[in-house]
Write a protein that binds this ligand. Sequence first.
Ligand code: R2B
Ligand code: URA
Length: 296
Amino acid sequence: MPVHATNPLLHAQVENHGDFLYHFGMGTMTHDLPEMFGQIRFVLMGGSASRMEKMANLLHNELGLKKGEEIVDLAKAGGRYSMYKVGQVLLVNHNIGASTLSVVLHEIFKLLEHAGVDRSSVHVIRLGTSGGLGVEPGTVVIANGAIDALKRDHFHSAECGKMVPIPCKLDLSASALLKTVADEIGMPAVQGKTMGTDDFYLGQGRLDGAFLSYGLRDKMDFLKDVHDNYGVKNIEMEAHILSAFTHRAGLKCSIVCVTLLDRLMGDQVTTPKAILKEFEQRPLRLVAEFIRRAIN
Ligand code: R2B
Ligand code: URA
């Protein structure tokens, strides 16, 4: 089955009826997408809308864009996601997991296409949280590979009743550069593989979900296996689809997630709120510095 990077029907759709990006509440007939988004070079994503808004404000200060640009939610009309734009950076939240991320990725890729943005100049970066494996909580993991909950290095995409495997690929030179920037600003960071699962509890081998189909020994065997044999340093819920869909679209991708706990030590996130808040700032600070260096 062919795996198209772009939908060959899309241009006819735009010409005949226009394309409406339903979840963003904007479209080719109602918005001047080239004018609004033609300059985008970075797309930053993260689960929560408030994290994206914080990042938008941080970038606004870091990049010195003090006048003229307001931080407003451009996707408010869609009612599902929040979108901000700061200079050449687009920020969009994706909520939790692959299905909500897939919707937003389709619409971001179409938006960039309609805006006439050259794919080779776009870098997608996820700023996230995760459970670590064998790293101190608060460590930032910069992914240099991704696997799914069954330890496969392809995202298995259900498409029109068939399973289409798409390779999970991250930009390795960007991963190494992010690590250098982290070292230079004194941020605890490691490179490693990130596992993306579809279930926070069972998919990540937790013992504290509503159901249980395995025991403590199975959990530890699973976590140690992915750590020791696959090089996995953290587990979250989007790395598999994000690395696969960005690669399919021909865009550079990085995934930068802070670890909130060490899953080899437990399942519950019990770190005090104030400390968690500081942890969650870390990917934002690192990526803001990375972008500041890339743009200036
Ligand atoms: C990390 O945290 C969220 C689950 O709590 C999920 O979006 C992820 O990847
Ligand atoms: N997000 C996850 O997906 N897993 C964790 O353990 C913590 C945050």
